[in-house]
Design a protein. Sequence first.
Length: 131
Amino acid sequence: AGRLAVRKRAEGLSTPEVFAVIGALAERARLAGRSDAGEESPFAGIYDLAEWRPEAAHEVVRFLGTLPPSSFTAGSPPRLIKATAGGPAGAAALALIERWGAQSANRTLATAAKQAVKNAGVLGSGQARFR
């Protein structure tokens, strides 16, 4: 029930307010350093906002792209795909996930990213056919 209440509040925010919340969560996420802190983590809030407020998803993808691969876990690529599928930031998210798949600093992330891209039915760089 807690996430439903947060979603209702997020849906009632203006777009500038959503961007401010993303900024605050981004700062907390940088301090947390890793995305595996569970559903109460700032990363979970960031993914949720991208999903619930598609107009802000590009900002979420941009922020995630500034973090080092060590910030992410194997659960990050599928969570980002879920948050952006069918929305205006879907192609940008897939391009970021493809970048994660090509790096070697975090092999667990790279493997998960490649699998997530494959599962998304990628046709080419940054373009996907979601099932």
